[in-house]
Design a protein around this ligand. Structure first.
Ligand code: GAL
Length: 980
C-alpha cells in the first residue's frame, strides 16, 4: 500500500538495500502434515484431498452487497472469469449492535454467503478478523468497542471477552463449511495485518490461534503480513528479521505494488512488478521466501485501489492503471515466483452503504475491481479469465515447478525467468527493468527434451508496452506433445476423441508453436492464416502465424486429433469454460456464460448478455438452451455448434423523479429551545474511552458520543447555561471523520456550521475539527443545540486505538473573549442512534436524526406532517429537511437491471453547493452525498433495495446552512446496466 510503504520505509528500504543472494530453498523439503488431512502442502502448493491445486482467488465482501441474490451473480461471474476461490472478510460490527447481541439473518446470513460460494463451485478462504481493516468504520469493530478502556488487538480482558464472543459465533458458521466436513472452506486467516510484532501481539495472536482450534477450525491457519513483510511465519521459518507465530500453518503476505492513479486522475508511470517469491533477491526475503517450506501465498494482491472523499473520482482510472497489462506483468510475476495461493483484492468491491465506510472512503467501494460496482465485467476481468483458465489447465506444471537454468534473451531490455517441473517448462518474459514500456524484440535459446532451439525460428517475438508472456515448453497438451510455443496458453481440454487447445497473444504479434509427431500429421486450416513446416527428421511441426482474429487448425497426427485455436486477446477472451458431469465444455461468445448443466443430451447454458450475440459451443450436445430459451444451432467445421443470435434486452422506462410529486418535512426540531429533551441522557461521564487527544479537558464532562452508546451518523446535544457576563466566543472541538459536520443553534437561532474536509493524506485525514463562532450572549440563561454528523470512525490499521478517536462533541467552551480564560459551564444532554438496529437493514443503516428516530425514512412512514414540495427549492432553514417521493417501477422480469440515483450533473465531481444528503431507498440507507466535496454523485442502488414491480419510496435527508444557493440539485433515477 502506498501509504504503508511510506510509513515503514525506513525499515523496509534498509532491508531491501542490504541485498544478498536469494535464500537457499530446501529443494526436497518434505510435505508438512496439516492439522487436517483434507488440506496439506509443501513449498510448491496446497494439496486438497491429496491433489495439488493452484488457488486463483478473488476477494468479495458480502456486507458490501446487501442483496443475497446478487451474491450468487458475483460468485458466478467470478467463476466464469476463471477464479476457483473466493476470499471473504466477515465484518464483526455488521452483525453485532450491542455486546452479546448477534444477527446472522437476511443480508447478514454468512452461512448462506459461504454455502452459495460452495454451490457455485468455489473454494472459500475465510477472514473473520476480529479486526479486518477493509476501509470499514472502525475496521470492522462494533461500536461498543469504542467505549472499552482495554486496548484493542491485545490481551486486554474487556477486548478479548467480546472478540472471543464474536469468534465463537462466526467460527461456528465457518467450522461446518470446512473441507474436512464436506464444505469448501480451505484456509482461515487469523487477525489482519498486524504490523507490530511485539510480545503483546504475539500473545494475542497465540490466543486467537488457540481459539480457532478450540472452535473446531481444522483447516490451515495463516496471517496476512502487510507490505510483503516477512513476519508471522510458521514456527521453524523465523530468522533474525522474522517473527514466527507458533500454531500458524502458512505464511502469507499482502502487496499493493501496482499503486494507484494520481490526484489528478492520471494513470501515471507504472511501477515495476516485484518478485514476491522464489526470485526475490532482497534480504531478508520478502514475500513467500520468508517461509521456504510453505507455498507462496498472496493473501491480498492489489486489483484496484480505494478512493477518497474529495478525489477526482479515480475508480475508472484505477481500473485502467491496474488493467490488462498490470494483470499480465504483476500476476504473471507472481505465477513464475510460485505464488500458488493468489488472492486479488478486490474481485468485486461493491458499496459501503449506510454508515459502513471508514474515513478513508466514500460510499462507492467500486475499487476499480475486475467486476464493477454495477456488476459489469471490466476489460481486465477478461485478462484474468485468460490467466485463471491457464492456472487451472496448467495446474500440474504451475503447482510443481522449481527454478531451472537461466535463459539469456538476445535483448538486454528483456528478462526471462525459467521454471521447470515434471509437467514441463514455464518461461516468463517481461521487460528489464520490469516497468519497461518499450517495443523489445528478442530471441532466446531453450533446451527441451526434444532438443535445443533458438526461439523463435521465424518471425519476431516481442514485448511491447506494459506486457509479459507466460510461455510453455515440453508440455503435455492433452494427448499432444508441445515442444514450445511463443503464444500464451489459455486452456486445453479433451472432448471424446478430440483435443482442443486455445492459445493467445497481442493482436498483430507473431506467434510460433512447435508440436512433435512421430509421423507427418495432416494440418487443415479451417479459418485464418498459418504456415506449417514439418521436419521429418525431428518430427517437429512448426506453426507460424500472427495473432489476428481467431485461427482454427485441425491437426490430425499419431495421437488424438487436435483442434488448435489461436487468437488475439479480444477473440480468446470470448471463450468460457465449465466442468460438467460429462467433462469440460467450451463456448465462444461475447455474452457471459456462467453455467452449463446437462439434461440428458441437452446442454442448458446460463449467463447474461447485453447486446445481440451468437454462441458457439463445443460439447457433445444434441440441443442447447440459454437461460431456458431453446437455441437453433448448426454444426461447424470446427466441431462446434453455432447458435442463432440472442435478442437484446429492451430499454426500460424509468419514472422521471423531477416530475414526481415530492413532499417535505422539517427535521432539526432539537434546535428549538422548547424541544422536549426530558428523556435524553445527561452527559455526565467523567472518563472517556476515547484516545488521549480526544479526552475532555479537565473539569468538563465527557461528550464523545460513543461513551454514551451512540456511534454513527447524527448525534444531538442540547445544553443549558447561565451567563454572568456577555459571552462572545463559542469554541467546539468535534469528531466527525472525514467530511464531518457540526451545526450550532443558540436560543433557537442558527449560529453557524463547520465542515471537515475530504482528502487522502498520510498519516491522517483531519477527522477531528475545531469550530469557532462569534456570539453575543447577554447575561442570563441560554439554550444551545449542536448537531454533529459523524461520517465515520477511523480504522485501526496500526493497532494504535485510532478507531477510538472521539466522535460527536469532544469539548465546548463559551467565554467572554478570545482568551478562553473564563469559560461558562454548560450542562449537556445527548441523543443519537443507540446500540440497537433495524432488524432487516441492520445496525449501519441509521444515525440519530430526528426523522430517523421517528422512522421517516421507512416506506410505511405516515403521510401526515409532510407538505408538497419542489425538490430543488431553497432550503426552508438551516438544518435538515426531508424530501420524499413515491414511484412505481415495472422492470422487465428475467432482466438484471441495475439502477442508480444521480444527483446534479454526473460529469462534475463536485459543485459549489454545500449540500449533504442521506439517501434512503425504501428505508435502506443507500449512501451519503456531499455536493461540495464529491466525487460521488451516482449512487448504485443494490437491487434488493427496490421493488422492481410495484411501489417504491425515496426519502432524502438534506442538510444545509439554509442558504438558497445550497438547495439540492436535481435527482434522477438511471439505468446503469441491463443484462438478460
Ligand atoms: C490491506 C488491508 C485490507 C484493505 C487493503 C486496502 O492492507 O488488509 O483490509 O484495507 O489494505 O484496500
Amino acid at each position: 500500500m502506498r501509504f504503508k510503504l511510506k510509513l515503514c520505509s525506513a525499515m523496509w528500504l534498509c532491508l531491501a538495500a542490504s541485498s544478498g543472494a536469494a535464500a537457499v530453498r530446501a529443494a526436497d523439503a518434505p510435505v508438512i502434515a496439516s492439522s487436517t488431512k483434507a488440506v496439506s502442502w509443501d513449498e510448491h502448493s496446497l494439496m486438497i484431498n491429496g491433489h495439488r491445486e493452484f488457488i486463483w482467488s478473488g476477494e468479495f465482501h458480502p456486507f458490501r452487497l446487501p442483496d443475497t441474490n446478487a451474491w450468487r451473480d458475483v460468485y458466478r461471474k467470478m467463476k466464469a472469469s476463471g477464479f476457483n476461490t473466493v476470499a471473504l472478510y466477515f465484518n464483526w460490527g455488521y452483525h453485532s449492535p450491542a455486546p452479546g447481541a448477534y444477527d446472522f439473518t437476511g443480508i447478514r446470513d454468512m452461512d448462506l454467503a459461504i454455502r452459495m460460494a460452495e454451490e457455485e463451485g468455489l473454494y472459500v478462504i475465510v477472514r473473520p478478523g476480529p479486526y479486518i481493516n477493509a476501509e470499514v468504520s472502525r475496521g470492522g469493530f462494533p461500536g461498543y468497542l469504542a467505549r472499552q478502556t482495554g486496548v484493542a488487538r491485545t490481551m486486554a480482558p474487556d477486548y478479548l471477552k467480546e472478540a472471543d464472543d464474536w469468534l465463537t459465533h462466526i467460527n461456528a458458521i465457518i467450522a461446518r463449511h470446512q473441507i474436512s466436513r464436506g464444505g469448501k472452506v480451505i484456509l482461515y486467516q487469523v487477525e489482519n495485518e498486524l504490523f507490530d510484532t511485539s510480545d503483546e501481539h504475539r500473545r494475542y495472536m497465540d490466543h486467537l490461534i488457540k481459539k480457532a482450534r478450540a472452535d473446531g477450525i481444522d483447516v490451515p491457519l495463516f496471517h496476512n503480513s502487510p507490505n510483503s513483510l516477512p513476519n508471522w511465519v510458521p514456527q521453524g521459518s523465523e530468522t533474525y528479521y522474522t517473527v514466527a507465530a507458533p500454531g500458524l500453518d502458512l505464511y502469507a503476505f499482502d502487496g499493493y505494488p501496482g499503486g494507484s492513479c494520481n490526484e489528478k486522475g492520471e494513470v501515471g508511470a507504472h511501477n515495476p512488478a516485484p518478485n514476491n517469491g522464489i526470485y526475490s533477491t532482497t534480504q531478508p526475503q520478502i514475500g513467500s521466501l520468508a517461509s521456504p517450506k510453505t507455498p507462496g501465498f498472496a493473501a491480498e494482491y492489489g486489483a484496484g485501489w480505494f478512493d477518497y472523499w474529495g478525489s477526482v473520482g479515480n475508480y475508472e482510472c484505477n481500473a485502467k492503471r491496474l488493467g490488462p497489462g498490470y494483470v499480465r506483468t504483476f500476476y504473471g510475476a507472481n505465477i513464475i515466483n510460485r505464488v500458488t495461493i493468489h488472492n486479488i483484492y478486490m474481485a468485486f468491491g461493491g458499496t459501503s452503504w449506510g454508515w459502513m465506510p471508514a474515513s478513508v472512503v466514500y460510499t462507492s467501494y467500486d475499487y476499480g475491481a475486475p467486476i464493477s460496482e454495477t456488476r459489469q465485467l471490466r476489460d481486465k476481468a477478461y485478462t484474468l479469465k485468460q490467466l485463471g483458465q491457464f492456472t487451472q489447465a496448467a495446474e500440474p506444471l504451475l503447482t510443481h515447478m522449481d527454478k531451472a537454468e537461466p535463459l539469456y534473451p538476445t535483448s538486454d531490455k528483456v528478462k526471462l525467468y525459467h521454471n521447470a517441473g515434471p509437467a514441463g517448462h514455464l518461461v516468463f518474459a517481461i521487460h528489464e527493468p520490469h516497468d519497461g514500456m518499450g517495443d523489445d524484440a528478442f530471441k532466446f535459446r531453450l533446451t527441451t527434451k526434444a532438443g535445443s532451439y533458438l526461439i523463435p525460428q521465424q518471425g519476431t517475438l516481442r514485448l511491447k508496452g506494459q506486457d509479459a508472456k507466460l510461455l510453455l515448453a515440453d508440455y503435455g497438451l492433452e494427448r499432444q506433445k508441445l515442444v514450445y510455443t511463443t503464444s500464451d496458453l489459455q486452456t486445453h481440454l479433451q472432448q471424446g476423441a478430440t483435443d482442443i487447445a486455445l492459445l493467445y497473444g497481442r493482436v498483430g504479434e507473431d506467434g510460433e508453436t512447435v508440436l512433435r509427431f512421430k509421423t507427418k500429421p495432416k494440418v487443415e486450416v479451417i479459418e485464418g492464416l498459418a504456415t506449417t513446416v514439418y521436419d521429418a527428421k525431428t518430427g517437429d511441426l512448426r506453426l507460424n502465424y500472427q495473432h489476428k482474429g481467431l485461427i482454427r487448425l485441425r491437426i490430425t497426427g499419431d495421437a488424438a486429433p487436435l483442434l488448435l485455436l489461436i487468437g488475439e486477446d479480444a477473440e480468446t477472451q470470448k471463450f468460457w469454460r465449465q466442468e460438467t458431469d460429462k467433462g469440460p465444455v467450451l463456448q465462444r461468445t461475447s455474452a457471459i456464460v456462467k453455467g452449463a448443466v446437462w439434461d440428458g443430451e441437452r446442454l442448458n447454458l446460463t449467463g447474461e448478455g447485453q447486446t445481440a450475440e451468437a454462441i458457439e459451443v463445443w460439447a457433445t450436445a444434441k440441443t442447447l438452451t440459454f437461460n431456458g430459451t431453446p437455441l437453433d444451432a448448426h454444426s461447424t467445421a470446427s466441431g462446434s455448434l453455432l447458435t442463432s443470435y440472442l435478442a437484446e434486452p429492451k430499454a426500460v422506462v424509468l419514472p422521471d423523479l423531477m416530475a414526481a410529486q415530492w413532499t417535505i418535512r422539517w427535521d432539526s426540531r432539537e434546535a428549538d429551545p422548547a424541544f422536549d429533551d426530558s428523556a435524553w441522557r445527561v452527559a455526565d461521564l467523567k472518563v472517556s474511552a476515547a484516545t488521549v487527544p480526544t479526552q475532555p479537558p479537565p473539569g468538563q464532562p465527557v461528550l464523545a458520543m460513543s461513551d454514551y452508546g451512540f456511534h454513527q451518523g447524527d448525534v444531538w446535544y442540547r445544553g443549558r447555561l447561565t451567563a454572568r457576563t456577555t459571552q462572545k466566543k463559542l469554541e467546539l472541538t468535534y469528531g466527525g471523520g472525514a467530511v464531518g459536520l457540526v451545526q450550532v443553534w443558540i436560543d433557537g437561532r442558527f449560529v453557524g456550521q463547520n465542515e471537515l474536509p475530504g482528502g487522502f493524506t498520510y498519516p491522517k485525514i483531519p477527522t477531528v475539527g475545531k469550530a469557532s463562532f462569534d456570539v453575543d450572549l447577554k447575561p442570563g440563561t441560554h439554550q444551545i443545540s449542536v448537531m454533529v454528523r459523524n461520517m465515520s470512525h477511523n480504522w485501526d490499521l496500526f493497532a494504535n486505538e485510532e478507531h477510538k478517536e472521539g466522535r460527536g462533541l469532544i469539548s465546548a467552551s463559551l467565554s467572554p473573549d478570545e482568551t478562553q480564560r473564563f469559560t461558562t459551564p454548560i450542562t449537556w444532554k445527548i441523543q443519537g442512534q443507540g446500540e440497537t438496529m433495524d432488524p432487516v437493514r441492520g445496525t449501519f443503516n441509521n444515525g440519530g436524526l430526528y426523522g430517523e428516530r421517528k422512522g421517516w425514512h421507512l416506506p410505511d412512514a405516515r403521510p401526515d406532517g409532510w407538505t408538497p414540495a419542489n425538490v430543488t427549492a431553497a432550503p426552508p432553514a438551516p438544518g435538515t429537511y426531508w424530501l420524499r417521493t413515491a414511484f412505481k417501477l415495472d422492470l422487465p422480469k428475467d432482466v438484471d437491471t441495475q439502477l442508480a440515483l444521480v444527483f446534479g450533473d454526473p460529469t462534475q465531481t463536485k459543485t459549489d453547493r454545500h449540500t449533504r444528503v442521506l439517501i434512503f431507498v425504501n428505508g435502506w440507507h443507500a449512501g451519503n452525498y456531499v455536493s461540495n466535496v464529491g466525487p460521488q454523485n451516482t449512487f448504485v442502488i443494490p437491487p434488493a433495495f427496490l421493488n422492481p414491480n410495484g411501489a417504491n419510496t425515496i426519502a432524502l435527508a438534506v442538510t444545509t446552512d439554509g442558504k438558497p444557493g445550497n438547495a439540492l440539485e436535481g435527482v434522477k433515477l438511471v439505468d446503469m446496466r441491463q443484462a438478460r
